[in-house]
Design a protein around this ligand. Sequence first.
Ligand code: FAD
Ligand code: SF4
Ligand code: SF4
Length: 442
Amino acid sequence: MSIESIVKNDLCTGCGVCISEDESKQAKMIWDENGFLVPQLGVNSTQDKMLKVCPFAKQQKNEDELGELFFKNNSQNYHEKLGYYSNLYVGYAKQFRETSSSGGVATYIFKKLLKEKIVDQLFIVKEKNGEYLYQFYSDFEDITKISKTRYIPVTMSELFEKIDTLEGKVAVSGVACFIKAIRLKQYYYPGLKEKIPFVVGIICGGLKSKYYTDFLAQSADCFVEYRNAQYRVKNKDSYALDYNFSCIEKNNNKIHMVEMKKLGDMWGTGLFKSNACDFCDDVVTELADISLGDAWINPYDKDGLGNNIIISRSKIAEKIIQQGLDDQDLCLELICEDKIMQSQSGSFNHRHKGLSYRIKMTETITPNKRIRFISSQNFIFNLVQRKRLETRSKSIEVWKKKKDLNFFHIEMKKSLYELAVFTKMNHHFLRLVKLIKGANTK
Ligand SMILES: Cc1cc2nc3c(=O)[nH]c(=O)nc-3n(C[C@H](O)[C@H](O)[C@H](O)COP(=O)(O)OP(=O)(O)OC[C@H]3O[C@@H](n4cnc5c(N)ncnc54)[C@H](O)[C@@H]3O)c2cc1C
Ligand code: SF4
Ligand code: SF4
């Protein structure tokens, strides 16, 4: 495996950490034809060194090994799918819930990290000139500027390019593969553990191509250049999943909006998703100090303002949470492992159960995955995986052809219909198996 083969086989999610390991300084991040950020190598790029920090390189330590190194001595608990952890919670941050994507706990944690001077800077995803990118930020009085989920490729390449010249400590937010790259970097350069004392894990169901945002904009009747895409405009009088997408026309500032529920299933179908995500077995960002996701579980999903699920792993994380509870800034309840699992059940089903089939079906290279997540499934489940693989790659190919919503709908109709049929068949089959098992145990 080389950086070149990782990129060629669509196994790169664009974290950009490898750029800092190129001794020739020729490598840089660019947009590829599929709407993802990837490294472009120079003739003298030092790929062997770059591979050391790539979360998808076969040669590297996996999440279990890194989890043991970073958290075994700090966290009292371990779960084979959640990793090491101290406590599990559900709830929200009172001050930031309304202006955040979910319960606002990410914004709260970042404010505390700055205010308590645990770090001097944040490296987070934030708007700039109507677009989104990783930036350094340190103004805790104006912290809501960093809030909200952005479903668009971003890269952290600037972090390690600048970190040696940066004053003070930095906290970073990132999805699981990005956090893994940071941990690999800290593993090889232990001084970076002090420099980056805290990472916030954003639980992630998959990286979408930038074409996904164009698709959403056109779905919101915006067929010209736009800015300030908002992926999770809440409807506080409805339920949590009932949110809107919005964007603003660049020329005349007209706001366009579309209800996401009208667009169908954007996540289970794999539309516009990176191929790399089909080989990612870290569902809950196991290597973060704290992992934050959406509480897609009853009764929390009935609340349009949103709730977070929270997995605290490090002492700093637990201290911030406890202080937030004492000060009544956080409104949280402890929950059990099963509830956390349930909140991400779609992701666990796809990422763990479907892994074995996807590895078998892939003719090119795949990353090394943790053996315990590789298990055979029934024939119908595998059919769903096959259709999803097709739907995922076809969605990007079709969009690239015309970048036109109507053409996309026409071309994708059959694949999406077949996927829905197989998915329904699988649900019926599983229900039948459950009934038979129940009858046999009576
Ligand atoms: C690509 C992606 C997929 C996701 N999939 C799931 C999922 O399947 N299940 C689930 O439960 N939750 C998922 N989430 C997380 C969820 O949408 C919320 O971000 C999370 O619950 C935190 O909510 P909050 O209200 O506490 O965050 P806020 O207070 O709104 O703060 C959001 C934080 O996320 C950071 N951020 C925004 N976009 C990105 C990005 N692209 N990469 C890295 N950091 C970013 C911001 O810098 C900010 O710190 C996903 C998020 C992303 C970015
Ligand atoms: S380190 Fe990150 S940017 Fe570099 S190849 Fe690996 S995933 Fe892609
Ligand atoms: S699903 Fe995994 S590989 Fe894909 S972006 Fe999220 S954390 Fe990275």
